[in-house]
Ligand binder design. Sequence first.
Ligand code: AMP
Length: 279
Amino acid sequence: MFVARTVAELRAARHEAPGPIGFVPTMGYLHQGHMSLVQAARIDCATVVASIFVNPTQFATGEDFERYPRNETNDLALLEANGADLVLLPGVEEVYTPGDTTRIRVDALTEVLEGARRPGHFIGVATVVAKLFHIVQPDRAYFGQKDAQQLVVIRRMTRDLLLPVEVVGCPTVREPDGLACSSRNVYLTPEQRQQAVALSQSLRAAEAAFADGVRDPHTLRRLVRERIEAQPLAAIDYISLADASTLWELNADIEASALLSLAVGFGNTHLLDNTTLVP
Ligand code: AMP
């Protein structure tokens, strides 16, 4: 496994590597969710490239950029064990050259949910993913359904900018009790960690109701809300049931794929989870 710390090093190594090239962008502090993306890329592609870059432009002032967890040694060991060939581990000034002022903004899709909760967040995400796509020039790029809105935004950006990259969405990997794996889970106190299981449990309950024929979005949102509100340490940011492609909030009965997504704060830690309901 070759570790490139500069864009030039990555480009030189990529030039020699056999295609198709699969790419897994991450912010590090890797877990089984990230590894599932590497494994999916390993199956499909001759060369697997991963990146580890905590992207400053997707964090607002006061968010956790400075304290975002980092563990380079462990990340590289996991990537190597899971068969990555190349790792891009650039410094901030490799990606944002001094004086950089260009940004990518995807409209509409980014005005709701995480975009409403974190203004500017998706400008940072779209910009860094576009830059990474230009550096790595992958044939396929792998993203987790765990960050469902991010996946929708990246698919749209890739399409709108005519980038020759196939965006592949991969299922959410969970801890044994159902909590979605996340680098931020490490922030949770034992009590918060226990109560956080309500996120996935509420989604499973909504799926069961949906399977029983419940189609009313208000009923399904309420069902989720009641389960989260039963956890004293949980503060709901939002519970959304939206059209899975436009992300418009639903008011009428579900007739097409719907994204049930939630963001819940435990102290300063905000956890996300979601499921897709397909009629
Ligand atoms: P991050 O390092 O949090 O920016 O995540 C990097 C990639 O891993 C993104 O495509 C995430 O959606 C994906 N990812 C994060 N957590 C999970 C998970 N639990 N299951 C599957 N993919 C995940």
